[in-house]
Write a protein that binds this ligand. Structure first.
Ligand code: ADP
Ligand code: MG
Length: 471
């Protein structure tokens, strides 16, 4: 089989979080369950109505542009993108064509072409038999569109970019960017080519509602196009829009691609031009940006020295991240302890929580106390996990739990020897194994002693005692 080079570019829409719609005072409420509630003469395109620009939506896109290190245009304007469909009652969508708010920028190793602002459409329901219903709650909701350069080369990197953008939008609080709710929508442009120098014909895949589906749709298209090339039928790869079928896990042809000429774009005469550098204090907006995911990654790695996987957990879970930082601030300078705290949170706490809805984060003080008991060698890791299991249900002081249950690690060899002797007697074959050089045999006894001592034995002392008794 020949080698083919994959090229991917993404077009991503995100509904912006604003109080009102893009060009009118109707509410922007994605959680509204009744149809046609958040509507007004402008979003229904009644004759004679005029749009007014939602400044908050413009500022949201500027924030995204600054976070991506893109250029914020000074001059920008809105254009009419003409097409007819019942969910777009004006007969055109207000969008941006020649002068987007943002040009350039980077994220997750991907070059951004542009970010512009437009309005969302209404939603149609075609599942009622011989008629359709249209809900205009979403018509006119501010919508951001981000376009990447064709510089992504694997399905995984496409998914990674989407996830990273979602996280960024959530950090900036400009969009909830929930894919299942359609608040973020990814269109996949993909082509393959036998030569690195020349792009192949691209198809655009729509109707993708998860990042996993982005990756799967890309893989499906690569396989489909590769088969056509291999069969000498590459002329059957045509520029078209395809849909992703989640049930069949495949794509299907929807329509041949329209060209931008088809939309007869022209500047909207009802809206004023914008001079963003005069309308906004860009430096002030830049300074007001929150800590961004990438900055947080770097800070967590430098300040706390914890594992990259743990950091990813915190990047995606603000509550756990803030909790971790809160516990750490109670401990003082001690990177070993930070690792203990982080392990207890990312593996033990999350595990406990999965199994039981009553599991809650303990107070910062109690969690810090638990971590210190372990790092100071006062309790074993087994005991630390057991105490965590208790304080997530009933938030008590770990010191008093350890006292009550005699969980403090003891350096007294007497009781350990007693248990060890008994176990050695009972497990002759394991003793044989040990004598034949099997390391696991020793660990078997260590484990059993730790268990029988309810974690109060110090594992290194247990080992010493065992080696002495077994030699
Ligand atoms: P169109 O005119 O068809 O809308 P654009 O040039 O505007 O195409 O690009 C739309 C998207 O498709 C962008 O994300 C871009 O990176 C991507 N793209 C362009 N050419 C290709 C290609 N040959 N293979 C894959 N993606 C491409
Ligand atoms: Mg285009």
């Amino acid at each position: 089989m020949n080698t083919y080079y994959t090229t991917i570019g993404l077009e991503i829409h995100a509904e912006l979080k604003t109080k009102t719609k893009m060009f009118s005072s109707a509410l922007n409420n994605p959680d509204e369950e009744n149809p046609n509630v958040n509507i007004d003469p402008v979003s229904l395109a009644h004759p004679g109505t005029l749009p007014t620009i939602n400044k908050q939506a413009v500022e949201h896109v500027i924030k995204v542009g600054l976070a991506l290190n893109g250029d914020i245009a000074n001059f920008t304007e809105f254009d009419r993108k003409n097409y007819f469909y019942p969910d777009i009652p004006k007969g055109y969508q207000i969008s941006q064509y020649k002068y987007p708010i943002v040009s350039g920028g980077h994220l997750a190793g991907v070059d951004i072409t542009r970010v512009h602002l437009e309005e969302d459409t209404g939603t149609s329901k075609h599942d009622r038999g011989d008629f359709s219903l249209v809900d205009y709650n979403r018509a006119g909701v501010p919508l951001m569109e981000l376009v990447t350069e064709p510089c992504i080369h694997t399905p995984e990197d496409a998914g990674k970019f989407g996830r990273e953008l979602q996280t960024l939008l959530q950090y900036l609080e400009v969009s909830d960017a929930n894919m299942e709710k359609g608040e973020m929508r990814v269109e996949l442009n993909i082509s393959i080519s036998p030569s690195k120098e020349k792009f192949g014909t691209k198809v655009e895949v729509k109707n993708i509602n998860s990042f996993r589906a982005v990756e799967r749709a890309a893989k499906y298209e690569i396989a489909r196009m590769t088969d056509l090339y291999e069969a000498g039928r590459e002329n059957e790869i045509v520029q078209e829009t395809r849909g992703w079928d989640e049930t069949k896990q495949s794509t299907f042809s929807q329509r041949s691609k329209e060209n931008s000429e088809d939309y007869r774009y022209f500047p909207d005469p009802d809206l004023p031009k914008m001079y963003l550098h005069e309308m906004f204090d860009l430096n002030k907006i830049k300074e007001s940006l929150p800590e961004l995911p990438e900055q947080k990654r770097v800070r967590f790695a430098n300040d706390f020295g914890i594992k990259a996987e743990d950091i990813e957990v915190y990047i995606n879970d603000k509550i756990l991240a803030d909790y971790f930082e809160g516990v750490v601030s109670k401990i003082g300078e001690n990177k070993e302890s930070y690792k203990t705290v982080s392990n207890l949170i990312t593996s033990d706490f999350i595990g406990l929580k999965k199994g039981n809805e009553d599991v809650k984060l303990p107070s910062l003080e109690n969690f810090a106390e638990l971590a210190s008991l372990f790092t100071e060698g006062k309790i074993s890791s087994r005991a630390a996990k057991d105490i965590l299991g208790m304080i997530v249900l009933n938030d008590e002081s770990p010191v008093s739990i350890a006292e009550k249950n005699r969980m403090f690690q003891s350096n007294d060899t007497g009781p350990i020897e007693e248990i060890a002797k008994k176990l050695i007697e009972e497990n002759g074959s394991v003793v044989e194994d040990y004598k034949n050089g099997k390391e696991n045999a020793l660990m078997f006894f260590v484990g059993r002693i730790m268990k029988e001592s309810k974690g109060s034995a110090n594992p290194s002392i247990v080992k010493e005692v065992l080696i002495k008794l077994l030699s």
